[in-house]
Design a protein around this ligand. Structure first.
Ligand SMILES: [Zn+2]
Length: 72
């Protein structure tokens, strides 16, 4: 990444946040499943899916930005 590019820094921060959110929700989901807490599992599955979508969207934005700026 380009340390001097504000967009790169912003996108990488967003990607790191999305990734850490994804793993946090995933860990909560595993814990709930391990305790047979089906109510929590039912709540966490859509959150995990939403988190995965956010992560994918940020990754796409990063790739698009890198194509636009010629950085690889
Ligand atoms: Zn950039």
């Amino acid at each position: 990444m380009d340390q001097n590019c504000e967009d790169c820094r912003h996108l990488w921060r967003a990607y790191a946040a999305a990734t850490s959110d994804y793993f946090s929700v995933d860990a909560q989901l595993q814990a709930a499943a391990g305790k047979d807490n089906f109510e929590a599992v039912a709540l966490l599955i859509p959150r995990l899916e939403a988190s995965e979508e956010t992560k994918a969207a940020v990754r796409n934005a990063l790739r698009q930005h890198e194509e636009e700026t010629g950085y690889r």
